[in-house]
Design a protein around this ligand. Sequence first.
Ligand SMILES: Nc1ncnc2c1ncn2[C@@H]1O[C@H](COP(=O)(O)OP(=O)(O)OP(=O)(O)O)[C@@H](O)[C@H]1O
Ligand SMILES: [Mg+2]
Length: 367
Amino acid sequence: MNQTISSTSDKAASILEGEDIILKVRDLHTYFYTDIGVARALNGVNFDIPRGKVMGMVGESGCGKSVTALSIMRMVTKPGRIVQGDIALFRKKKGGENDKSQIIEEINLTKLEGMGPVMRSIRGAEMSMIFQEPMTSLNPSYTIGDQIMEAILLHQGVDKVEAEKRAINILDGVGMANPALVVKRYPHELSGGMRQRAMISLALSCTPSILFADEPTTALDVTTEAQILDLMRDLQGRINMTIIFITHNLGVVAQMCDYVTVMYLGRVVEQATVDDTFYNPKHPYTSSLLRSIPHVGSRQKERLMPIRGVVPDPYSAIKGCPFHPRCSQVMRGKCDAQVPGLTVVGKSHTVRCFLYSDTVEEASNVR
Ligand SMILES: Nc1ncnc2c1ncn2[C@@H]1O[C@H](COP(=O)(O)OP(=O)(O)OP(=O)(O)O)[C@@H](O)[C@H]1O
Ligand SMILES: [Mg+2]
């Protein structure tokens, strides 16, 4: 049914050594065709997501983090669409999550209908997303209970009474006060923080193997944030859940993640273990991001260094490395002429930067 991508268009084999890969994204381009021009939100995204691990995804506003998650979930809608690239999902036999030899199926998600039955069942049972904006996923016309119970009834083979019990349990687990009452409420009857918790419950109700958490705790107070992060980590350990954690909070990345993917202007510029990202960053953009946030234990008078300039808009194409206009280590005649290709700089550590090699990105033939 699906063309496999692991052997055919594998531009960059997995560099995450010793990891069992659950998602492989290659050369992903997603564009928005708007009245004012084409917004090239993703310009050839390549990365791997290891099974049962937490991948942090960072980068300034507008770099394409949410669009990457929405593209993989096949939820990009008009005027946007995936114009090129492959997304391979490696599914395992039920109950075989811990057995590395049990890969039974590779599905290329870009070949499926976004709203078709296969993709819908993948979204309901295997992949789910905590959205940046709660009302994106909550339906205003149904009660919170009905929405959470829908996934449970569909995929867990239990009756309504048991489904409601489970829905209340999930709400309780995310720190919702009075969960038995909240199941009867509609989204507009809840506060912003309660809606966020309801949405997190909805995303967790199908116990997904892959969870995209897009700024899942930004609207919450620090105590609830800590509870939700604990819950996610607990689930990750218990059901071997894979989490793609999108956040601006590098403190949370350090606390939650095994690996980090750094995005800039619709591309991945660096991917590494969390330790290498913090202690041995290679890309000047990663180093700048780290310098722009406060460190735990840093001297009080240490000045934070904002990254000079702003992320360019995605409507204008930049020649060369997309970061070169803002880079303090730019090499004229090189960085402004060609796009750097992927360079392996260490164990499970890749970077796209001419400081480390002259490898040039292969040109994509976007339709
Ligand atoms: N519906 C849309 N129409 C036009 N452009 C869009 C649309 N959705 C996203 N984009 C553009 O795609 C680019 C990537 O957006 P995206 O939402 O993925 O950024 P992000 O990294 O998640 O940022 P933030 O940290 O602010 O959430 C942005 O330049 C954005 O303007
Ligand atoms: Mg976003």
